[in-house]
Design a binder for this molecule. Structure first.
Ligand code: GDP
Length: 296
Protein backbone atom coordinates (compact mmCIF):
# COMPACT_ATOMS: atom_id res chain seq x y z
CA UNK A 1 0.00 0.00 0.00
CA UNK A 2 1.21 3.51 -0.77
CA UNK A 3 2.42 5.66 2.14
CA UNK A 4 2.86 2.67 4.46
CA UNK A 5 6.15 3.80 5.98
CA UNK A 6 5.05 7.40 6.34
CA UNK A 7 1.73 6.42 7.90
CA UNK A 8 3.45 4.18 10.47
CA UNK A 9 5.94 6.86 11.48
CA UNK A 10 3.49 9.74 11.70
CA UNK A 11 0.97 7.69 13.63
CA UNK A 12 3.72 6.74 16.08
CA UNK A 13 4.75 10.34 16.52
CA UNK A 14 1.21 11.48 17.20
CA UNK A 15 0.40 8.60 19.53
CA UNK A 16 3.33 9.73 21.60
CA UNK A 17 2.16 13.36 21.49
CA UNK A 18 -1.39 12.45 22.49
CA UNK A 19 -0.04 10.65 25.53
CA UNK A 20 1.35 13.90 26.88
CA UNK A 21 -1.70 16.01 27.61
CA UNK A 22 -0.21 19.48 27.96
CA UNK A 23 2.30 20.28 25.21
CA UNK A 24 5.39 22.43 25.46
CA UNK A 25 7.25 24.11 22.65
CA UNK A 26 9.89 21.41 23.05
CA UNK A 27 7.31 18.66 22.48
CA UNK A 28 6.17 20.32 19.27
CA UNK A 29 9.77 20.81 18.15
CA UNK A 30 10.63 17.20 18.68
CA UNK A 31 7.44 15.98 16.97
CA UNK A 32 8.18 18.24 14.01
CA UNK A 33 11.68 16.83 13.76
CA UNK A 34 10.17 13.35 13.48
CA UNK A 35 7.62 14.52 10.93
CA UNK A 36 10.39 16.09 8.87
CA UNK A 37 12.45 12.89 8.89
CA UNK A 38 9.43 10.76 8.03
CA UNK A 39 8.57 12.98 5.06
CA UNK A 40 12.15 12.96 3.82
CA UNK A 41 12.32 9.19 4.13
CA UNK A 42 9.10 9.00 2.12
CA UNK A 43 11.05 10.89 -0.56
CA UNK A 44 9.09 14.12 -0.40
CA UNK A 45 10.94 17.01 -2.02
CA UNK A 46 13.26 18.71 0.50
CA UNK A 47 12.00 22.26 -0.06
CA UNK A 48 8.41 21.12 0.23
CA UNK A 49 9.23 19.40 3.54
CA UNK A 50 10.93 22.49 4.91
CA UNK A 51 7.99 24.72 4.15
CA UNK A 52 5.53 22.12 5.44
CA UNK A 53 7.26 21.82 8.81
CA UNK A 54 7.62 25.59 9.18
CA UNK A 55 3.93 26.14 8.39
CA UNK A 56 2.75 23.43 10.76
CA UNK A 57 4.98 24.70 13.54
CA UNK A 58 3.79 28.26 13.20
CA UNK A 59 0.17 27.18 13.41
CA UNK A 60 0.79 24.67 16.20
CA UNK A 61 2.51 27.26 18.38
CA UNK A 62 -0.57 29.49 18.15
CA UNK A 63 -2.06 30.30 21.55
CA UNK A 64 -5.41 28.63 20.93
CA UNK A 65 -3.75 25.32 20.06
CA UNK A 66 -1.40 25.17 23.02
CA UNK A 67 -4.11 26.27 25.46
CA UNK A 68 -6.81 24.00 24.14
CA UNK A 69 -7.95 20.92 26.04
CA UNK A 70 -6.68 18.58 23.33
CA UNK A 71 -3.53 20.18 21.91
CA UNK A 72 -2.18 16.98 20.32
CA UNK A 73 -5.41 16.46 18.44
CA UNK A 74 -5.23 20.03 17.18
CA UNK A 75 -1.69 19.47 15.98
CA UNK A 76 -2.77 16.36 14.07
CA UNK A 77 -5.56 18.39 12.48
CA UNK A 78 -3.06 21.06 11.40
CA UNK A 79 -0.77 18.39 9.93
CA UNK A 80 -3.68 16.88 8.07
CA UNK A 81 -4.78 20.22 6.63
CA UNK A 82 -1.23 21.01 5.53
CA UNK A 83 -0.83 17.57 3.93
CA UNK A 84 -4.03 18.19 1.97
CA UNK A 85 -2.69 21.60 0.91
CA UNK A 86 0.61 20.06 -0.12
CA UNK A 87 -1.26 17.70 -2.44
CA UNK A 88 -3.29 20.50 -4.00
CA UNK A 89 -6.31 20.88 -1.72
CA UNK A 90 -9.55 19.75 -3.31
CA UNK A 91 -9.83 16.90 -5.80
CA UNK A 92 -9.00 18.20 -9.25
CA UNK A 93 -11.55 16.79 -11.64
CA UNK A 94 -11.08 15.82 -15.24
CA UNK A 95 -12.89 18.40 -17.38
CA UNK A 96 -14.77 18.00 -20.64
CA UNK A 97 -14.86 20.35 -23.57
CA UNK A 98 -18.03 22.47 -23.69
CA UNK A 99 -18.08 21.78 -27.45
CA UNK A 100 -19.35 18.27 -26.75
CA UNK A 101 -16.24 16.61 -28.19
CA UNK A 102 -13.23 16.27 -25.91
CA UNK A 103 -9.67 15.39 -26.85
CA UNK A 104 -7.22 14.23 -24.18
CA UNK A 105 -3.58 13.95 -25.12
CA UNK A 106 -1.66 11.41 -23.03
CA UNK A 107 2.06 12.06 -22.69
CA UNK A 108 4.86 10.51 -20.67
CA UNK A 109 8.06 8.54 -20.80
CA UNK A 110 8.20 4.91 -21.90
CA UNK A 111 7.34 2.35 -19.27
CA UNK A 112 5.44 4.71 -16.99
CA UNK A 113 2.12 3.05 -17.82
CA UNK A 114 0.87 5.49 -20.44
CA UNK A 115 -0.76 2.97 -22.77
CA UNK A 116 -2.32 1.03 -19.91
CA UNK A 117 -3.63 4.33 -18.51
CA UNK A 118 -5.24 5.14 -21.88
CA UNK A 119 -7.27 1.94 -21.47
CA UNK A 120 -8.06 2.71 -17.84
CA UNK A 121 -9.21 6.19 -18.77
CA UNK A 122 -11.43 4.84 -21.56
CA UNK A 123 -12.93 2.43 -19.05
CA UNK A 124 -13.49 5.25 -16.53
CA UNK A 125 -15.10 7.49 -19.15
CA UNK A 126 -17.43 4.74 -20.27
CA UNK A 127 -18.54 4.25 -16.70
CA UNK A 128 -19.28 7.97 -16.64
CA UNK A 129 -21.52 7.81 -19.68
CA UNK A 130 -18.98 8.93 -22.31
CA UNK A 131 -18.21 7.29 -25.63
CA UNK A 132 -14.42 7.26 -25.99
CA UNK A 133 -12.18 6.28 -28.87
CA UNK A 134 -8.46 5.58 -28.56
CA UNK A 135 -5.91 6.80 -31.07
CA UNK A 136 -2.41 5.35 -31.59
CA UNK A 137 0.08 8.11 -32.35
CA UNK A 138 3.36 6.33 -31.57
CA UNK A 139 4.83 6.17 -35.05
CA UNK A 140 8.16 4.67 -33.94
CA UNK A 141 7.12 1.42 -32.35
CA UNK A 142 4.64 -0.77 -34.23
CA UNK A 143 4.43 -2.80 -31.02
CA UNK A 144 2.95 0.23 -29.29
CA UNK A 145 0.11 0.30 -31.83
CA UNK A 146 -0.47 -3.43 -31.33
CA UNK A 147 -0.51 -2.87 -27.58
CA UNK A 148 -3.13 -0.12 -27.80
CA UNK A 149 -5.28 -2.42 -29.94
CA UNK A 150 -5.08 -5.09 -27.25
CA UNK A 151 -5.97 -2.50 -24.62
CA UNK A 152 -8.90 -1.24 -26.74
CA UNK A 153 -10.28 -4.77 -27.04
CA UNK A 154 -9.96 -5.36 -23.33
CA UNK A 155 -11.97 -2.25 -22.47
CA UNK A 156 -14.29 -2.63 -25.41
CA UNK A 157 -13.34 0.69 -26.99
CA UNK A 158 -12.59 1.40 -30.67
CA UNK A 159 -8.96 2.16 -31.54
CA UNK A 160 -7.98 4.38 -34.46
CA UNK A 161 -4.71 3.44 -36.17
CA UNK A 162 -3.01 4.56 -39.39
CA UNK A 163 -0.01 2.28 -39.74
CA UNK A 164 1.03 3.70 -43.11
CA UNK A 165 1.54 7.21 -41.69
CA UNK A 166 4.57 8.45 -39.79
CA UNK A 167 2.98 11.80 -38.98
CA UNK A 168 1.24 11.95 -35.58
CA UNK A 169 -0.60 15.16 -36.54
CA UNK A 170 -2.10 13.52 -39.62
CA UNK A 171 -3.10 10.47 -37.59
CA UNK A 172 -4.69 12.47 -34.78
CA UNK A 173 -6.62 14.69 -37.18
CA UNK A 174 -7.99 11.68 -39.02
CA UNK A 175 -8.86 10.13 -35.65
CA UNK A 176 -10.92 13.15 -34.65
CA UNK A 177 -12.94 12.78 -37.85
CA UNK A 178 -13.32 9.04 -37.41
CA UNK A 179 -14.43 9.47 -33.79
CA UNK A 180 -17.05 12.06 -34.65
CA UNK A 181 -18.25 9.92 -37.53
CA UNK A 182 -18.66 6.98 -35.16
CA UNK A 183 -20.62 9.04 -32.66
CA UNK A 184 -17.85 9.06 -30.04
CA UNK A 185 -17.48 12.14 -27.85
CA UNK A 186 -14.00 11.68 -26.40
CA UNK A 187 -10.74 10.96 -28.19
CA UNK A 188 -7.82 9.71 -26.09
CA UNK A 189 -4.57 10.20 -27.99
CA UNK A 190 -1.71 7.89 -26.96
CA UNK A 191 1.54 9.59 -27.95
CA UNK A 192 5.07 8.23 -28.34
CA UNK A 193 7.13 7.71 -25.21
CA UNK A 194 10.89 7.81 -24.88
CA UNK A 195 13.34 6.81 -22.22
CA UNK A 196 14.04 10.44 -21.44
CA UNK A 197 12.81 13.90 -22.32
CA UNK A 198 14.48 15.00 -25.55
CA UNK A 199 13.95 17.79 -28.01
CA UNK A 200 12.58 15.59 -30.74
CA UNK A 201 9.89 14.15 -28.48
CA UNK A 202 8.92 17.60 -27.22
CA UNK A 203 8.81 19.06 -30.73
CA UNK A 204 6.53 16.28 -31.85
CA UNK A 205 4.25 16.74 -28.84
CA UNK A 206 4.17 20.52 -29.36
CA UNK A 207 3.13 20.03 -32.98
CA UNK A 208 0.36 17.69 -31.88
CA UNK A 209 -0.80 20.14 -29.24
CA UNK A 210 -0.84 23.03 -31.71
CA UNK A 211 -2.73 21.11 -34.35
CA UNK A 212 -5.29 19.11 -32.40
CA UNK A 213 -5.76 21.54 -29.48
CA UNK A 214 -6.44 18.93 -26.82
CA UNK A 215 -8.82 19.94 -24.06
CA UNK A 216 -6.40 18.49 -21.52
CA UNK A 217 -2.86 17.18 -21.71
CA UNK A 218 -2.45 14.47 -19.10
CA UNK A 219 1.06 13.51 -18.08
CA UNK A 220 1.59 9.94 -16.92
CA UNK A 221 4.39 9.47 -14.38
CA UNK A 222 5.52 6.47 -12.37
CA UNK A 223 5.26 6.85 -8.59
CA UNK A 224 8.02 4.28 -8.10
CA UNK A 225 10.56 6.69 -9.55
CA UNK A 226 10.01 9.09 -6.64
CA UNK A 227 11.47 12.56 -7.08
CA UNK A 228 12.45 11.69 -10.67
CA UNK A 229 8.74 11.54 -11.43
CA UNK A 230 8.35 15.04 -10.03
CA UNK A 231 11.34 16.36 -11.99
CA UNK A 232 10.03 14.76 -15.17
CA UNK A 233 6.67 16.39 -14.54
CA UNK A 234 8.37 19.79 -14.21
CA UNK A 235 10.28 19.13 -17.44
CA UNK A 236 7.17 18.23 -19.41
CA UNK A 237 5.25 21.15 -17.98
CA UNK A 238 7.95 23.68 -18.80
CA UNK A 239 8.39 22.42 -22.35
CA UNK A 240 4.83 21.54 -23.28
CA UNK A 241 2.43 22.68 -20.59
CA UNK A 242 0.35 19.97 -18.96
CA UNK A 243 -3.07 20.19 -17.33
CA UNK A 244 -2.89 17.30 -14.95
CA UNK A 245 -0.85 14.35 -13.79
CA UNK A 246 -1.72 10.67 -13.62
CA UNK A 247 0.45 9.01 -10.97
CA UNK A 248 0.72 5.31 -11.81
CA UNK A 249 1.89 2.31 -9.77
CA UNK A 250 0.77 3.76 -6.47
CA UNK A 251 -0.03 0.18 -5.42
CA UNK A 252 3.66 -0.70 -5.38
CA UNK A 253 4.99 2.53 -3.90
CA UNK A 254 5.42 2.29 -0.17
CA UNK A 255 7.00 5.75 0.09
CA UNK A 256 4.54 8.06 -1.66
CA UNK A 257 6.86 11.08 -1.97
CA UNK A 258 6.09 11.73 -5.63
CA UNK A 259 2.35 11.82 -5.04
CA UNK A 260 2.80 14.04 -2.00
CA UNK A 261 5.04 16.64 -3.60
CA UNK A 262 4.13 16.73 -7.32
CA UNK A 263 1.56 19.50 -6.93
CA UNK A 264 3.69 21.68 -4.66
CA UNK A 265 6.70 21.42 -6.97
CA UNK A 266 5.05 21.61 -10.40
CA UNK A 267 1.87 23.54 -9.62
CA UNK A 268 -0.06 20.93 -11.59
CA UNK A 269 -2.62 18.70 -9.89
CA UNK A 270 -2.62 14.93 -9.83
CA UNK A 271 -6.00 14.05 -11.33
CA UNK A 272 -5.82 10.27 -11.12
CA UNK A 273 -3.76 7.55 -9.55
CA UNK A 274 -3.11 4.11 -10.97
CA UNK A 275 -3.48 1.41 -8.34
CA UNK A 276 -2.86 -1.82 -10.24
CA UNK A 277 -2.38 -3.44 -13.62
CA UNK A 278 -6.07 -4.05 -14.30
CA UNK A 279 -8.14 -1.60 -16.30
CA UNK A 280 -10.38 -0.70 -13.40
CA UNK A 281 -7.38 0.26 -11.24
CA UNK A 282 -7.66 4.00 -11.80
CA UNK A 283 -8.98 6.30 -9.10
CA UNK A 284 -9.58 10.04 -8.99
CA UNK A 285 -6.94 11.55 -6.69
CA UNK A 286 -8.47 12.86 -3.46
CA UNK A 287 -5.89 14.67 -1.27
CA UNK A 288 -8.14 14.63 1.80
CA UNK A 289 -8.72 10.86 1.62
CA UNK A 290 -5.01 10.24 1.25
CA UNK A 291 -4.17 12.50 4.18
CA UNK A 292 -6.74 10.65 6.31
CA UNK A 293 -5.24 7.34 5.27
CA UNK A 294 -1.77 8.51 6.26
CA UNK A 295 -2.80 9.88 9.64
CA UNK A 296 -5.09 6.99 10.51
P1 GDP B 1 4.03 2.74 -21.45
O1 GDP B 1 5.34 2.31 -22.04
O2 GDP B 1 4.17 4.03 -20.70
O3 GDP B 1 2.90 2.79 -22.43
O4 GDP B 1 3.69 1.68 -20.31
P2 GDP B 1 2.68 0.47 -20.29
O5 GDP B 1 1.27 0.95 -20.34
O6 GDP B 1 3.10 -0.54 -21.31
O7 GDP B 1 2.93 -0.09 -18.81
C1 GDP B 1 4.17 -0.57 -18.37
C2 GDP B 1 3.94 -1.59 -17.26
O8 GDP B 1 3.43 -0.96 -16.11
C3 GDP B 1 2.93 -2.67 -17.63
O9 GDP B 1 3.38 -3.90 -17.16
C4 GDP B 1 1.67 -2.23 -16.88
O10 GDP B 1 0.82 -3.33 -16.57
C5 GDP B 1 2.26 -1.63 -15.65
N1 GDP B 1 1.36 -0.65 -14.99
C6 GDP B 1 0.78 0.45 -15.53
N2 GDP B 1 0.08 1.12 -14.60
C7 GDP B 1 0.21 0.43 -13.43
C8 GDP B 1 -0.26 0.62 -12.09
O11 GDP B 1 -0.97 1.59 -11.75
N3 GDP B 1 0.11 -0.30 -11.16
C9 GDP B 1 0.91 -1.37 -11.49
N4 GDP B 1 1.23 -2.22 -10.52
N5 GDP B 1 1.39 -1.57 -12.72
C10 GDP B 1 1.04 -0.68 -13.68
Amino acid sequence: MAFEGLADKLQDTFRHLRGKGVLTEKDIDSAMREVKLALLEADVNFKVVKKFVADVKEKAMGQDVMKSLTPAQQVVKIVKDELVNMMGGANSKLTYSPSGFTVYMMVGLQGTGKTTTCGKLANYLKQNGKKPMLCACDVYRPAAIDQLEVVGKAVNTPVFTMRESDDPVEIAKAAVEAAEHKGCNVLIVDTAGRLQIDEKLMDELKQLKKNIRPHEILLVVDALTGQDAVNIASGFDEALGVDGIVMTKMDGDSRGGAALSAKSVTGKPIKFMGTGEKYDALEPFHPDRIASRILG
